[in-house]
Design a binder for this molecule. Structure first.
Ligand SMILES: Nc1ncnc2c1ncn2[C@@H]1O[C@H](COP(=O)(O)OP(=O)(O)OP(=O)(O)O)[C@@H](O)[C@H]1O
Ligand SMILES: [Mg+2]
Length: 370
């Protein structure tokens, strides 16, 4: 059983002569057996520090980590049964790529045929079959990264940690490789935590995504939940390409129930909310409108088209209402030129409200909402 539990895990670095750095703050996370988790966040948010505490290369400052019910905090890295592919690859320079990849199996004295078969299989998977007899210093950084990934994937371990395993690879290769990695992990029922700052990678690879920002966990949920029910303003502004439109607004009470008005758009953007949305009038909020739920072509609202970009499979529209910018995404081509005023509708499930002071989500529209 590979359940990984992090309870209030905190990392504080205390570099000599410099101020202490809080790299991870009170992280709570439960990862199920066979689950693939992505740790997603911008540079410096604490992703690598989290992985290094799980492997034991960094001490946990506060809190506890356990794997399969066994507390890891005091165990040495070798006792933890955790495999990791490092951000900096750290291949052994005097060994060939083949011996680097086979290292863990050779150390465990696995039968020769098994080592040969597994190395061939994993080298094929990551695309380094041609480089197996070369030394790390004579291959490109992208190949070194693949070798490091292969070295981690080949290991039988209760948990696999992959730190930015594809950062050096070009987009087309990444798309293929992440699908292969996912298949490899799922076929073998492996539990994995994959660090990335690319949300497309995270969405494609992971069952659930842990979004981190400035040492804290902002939300831990499935890709669909992050999109449809972002827990706070940060996740709303971070997830989605393009991200959600965020507009300062206010809750009001209309003839037919609660509504939200955006003064920045004049009176042009007033949206009715369902009766069930129990929100006090006058409450100041951030109104989030997801670009894919702004349906251009018909509807009660009007906006001016500033830019109309056809991307080959979808259209991105930059719109303006009374000077307020809005982004809309349509699945097909939209027949509108810059300067044109177009009607649009806001689909109920595209409406989100966040508390102005705290940033916490206070309302998510649903497909059923009136
Ligand atoms: N050994 C260390 N000593 C002091 N501060 C450190 C140390 N390692 C990391 N930090 C700091 O801790 C914070 C988190 O770093 P970490 O490497 O975990 O971030 P990350 O999310 O992996 O970033 P990146 O995407 O750039 O790899 C950063 O502010 C970093 O500067
Ligand atoms: Mg890192």
């Amino acid at each position: 059983m590979a359940d990984l539990m992090l309870n209030s895990v905190t990392k504080i670095y205390r570099p000599r002569g410099r101020e202490a750095v809080r790299a991870v703050s009170g992280l709570d996370m439960a990862v199920g057996d066979g689950e693939i988790i992505a740790l997603l966040g911008s540079s410096g948010c604490g992703k690598t520090s989290t992985l290094r505490m799980i492997t034991g290369f960094e001490a946990v400052s506060e809190g506890s980590i356990s794997l399969g019910g066994r507390r890891l905090n005091e165990l040495r890295p070798a006792e933890r049964n955790v495999a990791m592919a490092f951000e900096g690859y750290s291949l052994y320079p005097p060994l060939t790529v083949r011996d680097n990849v086979a290292f863990a199996l050779l150390r465990e004295r696995a039968p020769r045929e098994e080592v040969v078969r597994k190395v061939a299989e994993v080298a094929e998977l990551v695309g380094i079959a041609d480089s197996l007899d070369r030394f790390p210093s004579t291959i490109s950084s992208g190949q070194q990264q693949r070798a490091s990934l292969a070295r981690a994937l080949i290991r039988p371990a209760a948990l696999h940690l992959l730190d930015e395993p594809m950062s050096q690879l070009e987009p087309q290769v990444r798309a293929i490789l992440r699908a292969r990695i996912k298949e490899w992990l799922k076929d073998r029922g492996m539990t994995a935590v994959v660090v990335t700052h690319d949300q497309t990678d995270a969405i494609a690879l992971a069952d659930r995504i842990a979004v981190m920002e400035a040492s804290r966990l902002m939300q831990f949920a499935t890709p669909a939940e992050l999109r449809e029910r972002p827990a706070n303003l940060f996740v709303a502004s971070f997830i989605g390409e393009p991200p959600m439109n965020l507009i300062e607004a206010e809750v009001a009470v209309g003839a037919s129930g609660p509504r939200v008005v955006a003064p920045a758009a004049g009176s042009a953007l007033t949206l009715d909310l369902p009766q069930t949305a129990a929100l006090p009038a006058g409450h100041r909020v951030w109104l989030g409108l997801s670009p894919r739920h702004l349906a251009v072509g018909q509807g009660p609202h009007r906006a001016e088209v500033m830019v109309n970009q056809w991307l080959g499979d979808q259209t991105h529209l930059a719109l303006e209402i009374d000077g307020l910018p809005l982004t809309a995404v349509a699945a097909g081509m939209v027949d509108a030129v810059p300067g044109e005023v177009v009607p649009f509708a806001v689909e109920p499930r595209g409406i989100h409200l966040f508390d102005c002071a705290e940033g916490a989500a206070i309302y998510h529209g649903s497909a059923e909402a009136a």
